[in-house]
Each structure stands twice: as C-alpha cells, then as structure tokens.
Design a protein around this ligand. Sequence first.
Ligand code: DUC
Ligand code: ZN
Ligand code: ZN
Length: 478
Amino acid sequence: MNFDLVIRNGTVATASDVFKADVGVRGGRIAALGDGLAAGREEIDAAGLLVLPGGVDGHVHFDQPTGDESVMADDFLTGTRSAAFGGTTTVLPFACQEKGKTLRAAVDDYHRRAAGKPLIDYAFHLIVTDPTEQVLGQELPALIREGYTSFKIYMTYDALKLNDRQILEVLDIARSEGAMVMMHAENADCIAWLTEKLERAGQTAPYFHGVSRPRVAEREATHRAISLAELVDVPILIVHVSGADAVEQIRWAQGRGLRIYAETCPQYLFLTADDLGGDGFEGAKCVCSPPPRDAANQKVIWDGLTGGAFQIFSSDHAPFRFDGPSGKKVHGEQAPFRCVPNGIPGVETRLPLLFSEGVMKGRMELTRFVELTAANPARMYGLHPRKGTIAVGADADIALWDPSRKVTITNGILHHNVDYTPYEGIEVTGWPVVTLSRGDVICRDGALLAEPGRGEFLPCGLPAPARPKGSPAPVLPF
Ligand code: DUC
Ligand code: ZN
Ligand code: ZN
C-alpha cells in the first residue's frame, strides 16, 4: 500500500497524545499512522520536528466591509498566506449582515470576495445584525442547515448591536437549530457614555480607547450574555475575553454547570493598555476591542488558558494598515479614538507566541496547545475530526514545527499585508517550518508553494458543544 506522501521520524501531537509515528497521506487525507510505513511518492524527514495538526483559527476578519472608508488590509489571499506561514491551515472569517439587508446577501458577497483567492480551507461564521422575522424564521435556519452553523452577535457598536430581546430571539433559533453563538460582550451604553465624557474633556488620543471600554463594561455584558443564554437554555461562546472580571463571570457560570465557552486572543497575553499610549498616534496600532488590560489581567488570562476556563485561542486578526488613507489613519492622525478602525493583525503570530510562552516556558502541555489552537476550534464549529487532529481519515492539514528555532518577530518576516505587527521585537522559540494542506506542501522554509484559490470552502456540521444540556444523545453510527 503506497502513499502519496510519508512524513517520517517526527513526534506527532494531538489534543490527547504525544507519540513517535510516521504519517502516511493518500488522496489528501491521513491514511496511516505507524512505524516503518511503506514508501511514499514523496517523503519528508521530520526528525527533530513536531508534527502538529494545522492550526484552526476560529476568529479572523478578511476583506470584511467596515462601514466607513477604511479597508481591511488582508483579503482571502494575503490573509490565508499569512495564516499558512504561521502554521494555520483552516480559518473562519465572518460574513456580516448589513442592517436592512439579508443574511443571504452577506453570504453571497463574502463568497464573491473569497473566490479564487484562499490558499487554505475556510468556513464562514455569520454576523446577525438585523434579526427580522424573515431572518429568524427562514434565512437563519436555512443557512444553518447549509453549513453556516455558527454566528456572532454584538452587544455593542451601533451598526451591529442587538438589544436583549433580539438576543433572546436569536439564541432561541440557535437552540432549536443546534448552532453555536459567539457573543461580543461589552456594554454599549457604558462605552458611549464614557466616550462622550472623555471627548468633552479633550481626552481623545488612542490611549483613551482603553479608558472608554473598562473591564466592568465587559463584565456586565458577559454576565448578561450568560443570563440570557441560561434563560433560553443554550450554550454560547464569549469571544475575545480580555479581563479578570469577565473570566470570573465565566468561571461562575461554568461552576454552575452552564455550557458557557470562552475564547481569548494573543493581545490579552502580550499587550497592555500602555501599548495604546506612546507618542502621538502610535497607540492606534493596538486599538482593538475589548482593549488590552494590564499585567495582572494578563496573568488571569494565562490562568484561564492553562486551567480550563477558556476552550479556544484565536487571533481575532482584524488587519488595518497604520500608514495610508484607508487604515488606522482613515480619519487623520488627530482623529479621536472613536474614529480609529478597531482591530489588530495576528493570524501568523498566534501559534508561535502561544507555543513559545505557553509550551516552551512550561505553562502548558503540548496537548493543551493543540487543543486550544486546533482541536477545540474545530469541534466548536463543526469541523472535527476532519480538521484539528492527526488521525486516520482526517485531512492531512499538518504543520511541522522546529521547537528549538529562535525567531525575533518583526513585520518584515510576516506575510500579511499590514505595515506593522503589534508584536515587533518579541523573541520566540519554536516556529512552523513546513505547512501542509490536504497533503500539499504549501509553505516550506519561507517559500510559498501554493496557488491562490486552492483552499476549499467548508460547510460546517452542527457542533456537538452547541447542544443544550439534557438534549437527547446523538444517534451513534454503529
Ligand atoms: N470585535 C472583533 O471581534 N474583532 C475586531 C473588533 C471587534 O470589536
Ligand atoms: Zn468582537
Ligand atoms: Zn473579531
């Protein structure tokens, strides 16, 4: 039995095990794991390397319309290129409904934006901003059944936010259809009130973006999201959790047996509010929401990652160039923080940062790293076991890591289309040296070997973690 490819002599890690094995690939899938596999048409010697499932980044924004003249710096080509070089082989960006338009229009538009570009496989989350009767009664259920099985809702931003009643209606559909709901939990009125007060006081520099979105605004919304989900009896996932207070709410809910899941991101481990300061407009580079906090909060986020409060570690890659007319400076360098596009790049640095500071510094096991960055996002969004693991039958989406390679992160070595990285100058140990997608070597030692458009759209299954407590057990296939 011959293979298209055999990866020999490496150390394989999944979310549960670390073991020595060769990996045989046929037809884009993993066909065998074992010792002394038969020859492959192609062979890779992975001696000294880790053989990890390609990362699944469950939260990225590529080419997403912004509502003003700003333009995201990465499209489906540059965004997936950057992901691939960072060891990620599946991404889930967002198709965002425009208020007054249909969800279907957003999905169609987003497929057009992706067409011919992705280098790796991708699925879409929806963003529901206008839950009309038609959306709730027909469109959303139909789209869920077509494979758009997760969607985000916002508790802040005028153009996006839902009120509590609307949130309940949407959660109810998620419950009956089995979809996963992602919640952006910040209290809109607290933020609006503080923003106006700061503006009246002339405190409009990027630093005050953080002041306008305090931890208590995140805490209140997190608690409210949990309460609404409990009322409806549906699991939810709180995205991009930044502060200790929100973590406390999440732990409280989990301790009560509620299915509340949580995601955090590199910015809440590696940046602080000080990064929003600095000279002039420089802090705009780190304007994202929720904002980075301080060292004490970073520690709580680390504890949540290692201790189990968080299930997912995503990048929330939301790329805007610093210079030029359509990025952070779209409204000029003197623009008040409320006009600065929200978001920072990070799809390529997500895995190396967590690997280095988490695994290499002994904070977490390699299995936990794989769980947080690949297996759990795949499970949470209905892509497991096709994605997120190394197992017979899974797609051969694999990143070969050199665990001892030391790299200083600078924007020059990254492959996104952004003109800065918030992580400039951080030295990491461990780096992905080869990335495979469905058995194709797409990146090797800094060279891109893939053609645009080779990435496939993935309709998602109904995620098991989205099942309400006490719902009937699934029918097993044996
Ligand atoms: N929320 C996100 O998920 N990404 C970027 C900005 C935001 O508010
Ligand atoms: Zn958000
Ligand atoms: Zn986001």
